[in-house]
Design a protein around this ligand. Structure first.
Ligand SMILES: CC(C)(COP(=O)(O)OP(=O)(O)OC[C@H]1O[C@@H](n2cnc3c(N)ncnc32)[C@H](O)[C@@H]1OP(=O)(O)O)[C@@H](O)C(=O)NCCC(=O)NCCS
Length: 188
């Protein structure tokens, strides 16, 4: 069962982290987590996480079939320190595709937490029968995510040049990186 997923991990700095699905009881912690993300990063979010009201409404009506969210909890204070989501299209012709969105708290970056969350979601997606995982990433802005995705064997499959506009008026490319899952059974 998806809701039973639990994984205990240790970061490079030795902090103890529990990775588990987000539940509606996490509303306050999740709002607090996103309130600590800098505005210049929120600018590039393209879903309900950018807006506290939409975020509250989403978290109280979670539907794991549509969006399956995992959170990383710092076990010393029970705060949320990372969130990753698997978005699954409802259309039959796209049901084999999953889209990944990830956010790690700025204080917890560069400790391999993002890649660990991604690995867990890849494993869950494979168990759900997802065949391809896609991530839409903004060049120059989300280079850390592009690096982490490349390390997990995501490949650039499309590039929309100058598609995304920053707060400063600068345009950035949107790249779609895709990972094919069925080749990866031996990795786990
Ligand atoms: C992307 C993200 C999840 C990575 O998480 P993380 O836990 O910090 O991942 P890592 O520990 O592997 O560190 C990121 C790597 O990117 C590198 N990096 C950071 N900024 C970079 C940049 N501007 N250009 C290239 N590489 C960069 C880091 O050096 C590190 O590599 P290293 O291990 O060789 O030092 C995190 O940076 C994040 O939440 N970013 C904001 C949200 C986002 O961009 N989401 C993607 C949209 S779906």
């Amino acid at each position: 069962m998806l809701e039973d997923f639990r994984k205990h991990i240790r970061l490079k700095d030795n902090s103890a982290i529990l990775v588990r699905p987000l539940s509606s009881r996490d509303e306050k912690c999740l709002l607090s987590f996103f309130s600590q993300i800098p505005d210049h990063e929120k600018w590039f979010l393209r879903d309900e996480t950018a807006n506290p009201e939409a975020l509250s409404s989403w978290v109280t009506r979670l539907n794991y079939d549509k969006i399956f969210p995992l959170v990383a909890i710092n076990e010393s204070d029970n705060s949320i320190v990372a969130n990753i989501q698997l978005h699954r299209p409802e259309a039959e012709c796209l049901r084999h595709i999953g889209h990944i969105r990830i956010m790690v708290h700025p204080d917890y970056r560069r400790k391999s937490l993002g890649p660990l969350m991604m690995q867990n979601l890849v494993q869950i997606a494979m168990n759900l029968g997802v065949e391809k995982l896609a991530a839409e990433l903004v060049t120059e802005v989300q280079e850390a995510a592009i690096k982490a995705a490349t390390r997990l064997d995501f490949k650039e499959q499309a590039r929309l040049k100058g598609y995304v506009k920053g707060r400063d008026g600068e345009y950035h490319d949107l790249i779609i990186m895709v990972k094919t899952l069925q080749d990866d059974w031996d990795d786990f």
